[in-house]
Design a protein around this ligand. Structure first.
Ligand code: TXA
Ligand code: MG
Length: 353
């Protein structure tokens, strides 16, 4: 019985992917799972199709989109081949398919200028998800896809998040269950032989360093003030991932101080009549009292914090929580990406205790 069920599920997945691929070829938008977050895809070569993405998300048109391809052969027509050097190839070898977006000079005449927001570069990646890969193969075109949320909201890690934000505004949705990594891809660019991390994400700086030990790697927020050439991802200037309520981050070296400070802060907010929320980790959730305490993953397994972060931020909104204190997590490995998103969600409000 279970085999027949599995076969039926596979068949319906096949059918859904075939239908979604046809929609993409017709210039429609389709939301689909990747290993990071759900993306909202459209044929990157069609300006009319890409316009539909910006419209559905309410995304500012000066924020460029990532192009998703099924394999390296599809790079032709997207990125200018002359600029792809040995270091790019080493990264592709090591991390594709996977959560690494590489910014390359764009091939002229290949994709719609809307994708790159008029820049001369394009961000490209091969996602590491069976549904995404099959969809890209069947569509046969490079697919521009930002995260499938309304602009400013946390990125979707479940199909239901996509429905909540974009129902009725998109051509289709392939439900592939929860995504794996939970935060978006790392976006990188080489400038004058040095590697800049424009957005921390699923591939950590440590992982990049292990593949390119002799390359200077610049991490965001860790720049010397003397730097002159510092490209930024254009999208990073916008408010992102923010819950509707007020949120701030509390960081400190002493666990007991942090817990005590947060509890006092939350009690004061409660006394003012606020609905209160605390974003913490499994190890500490039982230490707090608030209208809603969310244990977002485990400090002993930081990848679980990344997996659960966006769903947790959305849950505060669903429950109408208006005042949120969030615990910081250590900034190593995937912790860089987690804290980067948390800072944006909190409008960069951070208390050190
Ligand atoms: O994991 C991900 O990357 C997900 C999944 C769907 O693939 N996509 C995603 O796309 O996060 P989006 O549009 O939400 O974020 C794209 C980021 C933005 O910060 C944008 O500014 C940056 O990549 N970006 C895109 N093209 C760029 C370029 N040519 N130069 C610099 N930054 C670029
Ligand atoms: Mg996004």
């Amino acid at each position: 019985v279970s085999n027949a069920l599995a076969a039926a599920q596979l068949e319906s997945a096949d059918h859904a992917i075939a239908e979604a691929a046809a929609l993409l070829r017709d210039g429609e938008t389709v939301a689909f799972p990747t290993e990071t977050v759900y993306g909202l895809g459209a044929d990157a070569t069609s300006t009319a199709a890409v316009e539909r993405i910006f419209k559905a998300k309410g995304r500012p048109s000066d924020n460029p989109l990532i192009v998703h391809i099924a394999d390296r052969k599809q790079l032709a027509g997207v990125a200018a081949p002359g600029w792809i050097d040995a270091e790019h190839r080493q990264l592709m070898e090591a991390f594709w398919p996977g959560p690494l977006t590489i910014v390359l000079p764009v091939e002229t005449g290949g994709i719609s200028p809307l994708v790159t927001a008029g820049l001369s570069t394009v961000g490209v990646r091969i996602p590491d998800h069976p549904v995404a890969l099959r969809l890209l193969q069947e569509a046969g075109c490079p697919v521009a896809a930002p995260s499938a949320n309304s602009s400013g909201r946390p990125s979707p890690t479940l199909a239901s998040h996509v429905r909540d934000d974009l129902d009725g505004r998109i051509g289709g949705l392939v439900d592939g269950g929860p995504t794996g990594v939970g935060v978006e891809s790392t976006v990188i660019q080489f400038v004058a032989g040095e590697l800049y991390i424009l957005r921390p994400g699923g591939v950590t700086a440590e992982q990049l360093r292990s593949v390119l030990p002799d390359t200077r790697i610049h991490e965001p927020g860790r720049e010397d003030v003397h730097e002159t050439v510092t490209p930024r991802a254009p999208g990073m200037k916008y408010t992102h991932y923010a819950p509707q309520g007020y949120m701030h981050i509390v960081q400190g070296d002493d666990e007991e101080d942090v817990i005590a400070w947060i509890q006092l802060d939350i009690d004061a907010a409660k006394a003012r009549g606020e609905s209160t929320g605390i974003l913490t980790f499994e190890e500490r959730a039982s230490r707090y009292r608030a209208d809603r305490v969310i244990a977002c993953g485990s400090l002993s397994r930081p990848e679980t914090i990344a997996q659960e972060l966006y769903a947790a931020l959305r849950r505060f909104d669903e429950e109408g929580i208006r005042y949120i204190a969030a615990e910081a997590c250590p900034e190593t490995g995937i912790g860089h990406a987690i804290m980067n998103r948390l800072r944006k969600a909190a409008g960069h409000r951070l208390v050190r205790v």
